[in-house]
Write a protein that binds this ligand. Structure first.
Ligand SMILES: [Zn+2]
Length: 284
C-alpha cells in the first residue's frame, strides 16, 4: 500500500517530467473519460494531497500557449489504492507494466510520458472542484497545509478509538499508511490498540509521523524498506523476529475497525494488520 511519501515522490517525478509542457496526446482507459482528448493542453503542475494525486491542466489559448485564465482548467484526480502506480517514460521507452493495466497515459510534445497503472481512482474534474475529492482530508503531513495542532485535535475528537486506526484515517491527518502507522506506534512506545485518549504523548506521536515522512520524502524506498537499522522496519512485517530494541519477539495481530464502510477515498481502514513489540509497546 503506498504511503504519503511514495505519492509525494510520484508527484515530484511527474512534475519534473511534465510540468510546464504541452500534451501531444492523452489516453484515458476508463469508460467515463474514454473520449476525453487533452492534446494541446498544458500540464501546469502535479501535486500530491495526502495519498491523492492531482495533475492540473490549462486549456490552450488562441496562441497555443496555456490559457492564463483559471476558468476551464481541469484536474486529473487519481489515487493509487493498493496496487496503483504512475511511471514516467522517455520517448519511445517500453512500459514496465502490462499495457492492459494502464488506466491513463499522458504524452508531452517532447515524447516524455506518464502512465498510470492499476489506479484505484481515476477521474477528470474541474480544478475549481478539487475540494469535492480532497476536501475531506485532514492536514497533509507533506503538504503546505500541515497543521500539527489541527491533526492532534482531529485525533482527539474520537478518544475511544484505537490510535492505530485513528492514524490511518485520512480525515484526521493525511499521508500515513500501514507501514508508518506501525513504525510510529513503535517509536512512540504505544500499542496500536491504545485508545487515543490514553496515549501519553499524542503530540509526540504526531511529530514523529511528520519527522518520518519528511525524512523519507526525498529518499527512494521500496514498499517494504523501513526506518530502523539497515533499512529494516522496526516492527512492520517482522512477526516472530526479535525486537531491535529489546529482543522480545515482535507480535502480529489485527485491529477491528469499529466504523466500517470507509473506502479508499477515506481511511483505507480495511488494512488492519498490526505489528508491535509487547514489551516496548504495552497496551494502556
Ligand atoms: Zn521491544
Amino acid at each position: 500500500m503506498p504511503e504519503g511519501d511514495n505519492v509525494y515522490q510520484a508527484a515530484r517525478r511527474m512534475q519534473a517530467a511534465l510540468g510546464g509542457k504541452r500534451l501531444a496526446a492523452s489516453d484515458f482507459r476508463v469508460p467515463a473519460f474514454a473520449t476525453l482528448d487533452l492534446a494541446g493542453w498544458t500540464v501546469l503542475e502535479v501535486v500530491s494531497r495526502g495519498k491523492h494525486l492531482l495533475h492540473r491542466l490549462a486549456p490552450p489559448a488562441p496562441d497555443g500557449g496555456p490559457s492564463p485564465s483559471p476558468e476551464g482548467r481541469l484536474s486529473i484526480h487519481s489515487h493509487l489504492s493498493m496496487e496503483g502506480s504512475w511511471q514516467v517514460y522517455g520517448a519511445g521507452e517500453r512500459w514496465r507494466k502490462p499495457a492492459h493495466t494502464a488506466r491513463a497515459a499522458l504524452r508531452a510534445e517532447d515524447g516524455t510520458s506518464a502512465v498510470g497503472f492499476s489506479l484505484g481512482v481515476l477521474e477528470v474534474i474541474p480544478t475549481a472542484e478539487e475540494g469535492s475529492v480532497v476536501g475531506h482530508l485532514g492536514p497533509d503531513l507533506l503538504g503546505p497545509d500541515w497543521d500539527a495542532a489541527r491533526a492532534e485535535a482531529n485525533l482527539r475528537a474520537e478518544p475511544e478509538r484505537a490510535v492505530g486506526l485513528a492514524l490511518l484515517d485520512q480525515r484526521n491527518l493525511a499521508g500515513i499508511g500501514n507501514i508508518y502507522r506501525c513504525e510510529v506506534c513503535f517509536l512512540g512506545r504505544v500499542h496500536p490498540a491504545t485508545p487515543v485518549g490514553r496515549v501519553p504523548d499524542l503530540p509526540g506521536i504526531v511529530a514523529m509521523a511528520k519527522r518520518l515522512l519528511e525524512a523519507n520524502k526525498a529518499r527512494p524506498r521500496n514498499t517494504v524498506g523501513g526506518f530502523g537499522p539497515r533499512n529494516s522496519t522496526w516492527v512492520y512485517g517482522r512477526a516472530g523476529q526479535p525486537c531491535l530494541r529489546c529482543r522480545t519477539r515482535i507480535e502480529h495481530a489485527t485491529l477491528a475497525e469499529p466504523t466500517p464502510g470507509t473506502g479508499p477515498l477515506l481511511g483505507e481502514t480495511r488494512e488492519r494488520d498490526i505489528w508491535f513489540c509487547p514489551s516496548c509497546q504495552p497496551l494502556l
